[in-house]
Design a protein. Sequence first.
Length: 119
Amino acid sequence: QVQLVESGGGLVQAGGSLRLSCAASGSTFSTYAISWYRQVSGKQRELVAVIGSGGSTNYADSVKGRFTISRDNAKNTVYLQMNSLKPEDTAVYYCNAVRVVLNIPRHYWGQGTQVTVSS
């Protein structure tokens, strides 16, 4: 089992930057694919970025070129560097860890961190 704790959210002006961190417990962290999702109240949670256990990355079109996901397995931490922030990036950002065990994906979620971008 994995426990996830997000941090780094806050209030920033449009054009600014924030770095989110997702700290995980457990010795098998490196075997998990880690994703960042975001959710605006009343809307569906959407995938922002994902990094595989091997380090491959993928991004939502809306954040490509502005956000960078990375992982430090020695620290059991995944980061989301967010640059050129826009008001539409305002949301609660959640960290997700997933690993397939016996053909069943097992998901774990953090509690979320609020990001607010003012215009």
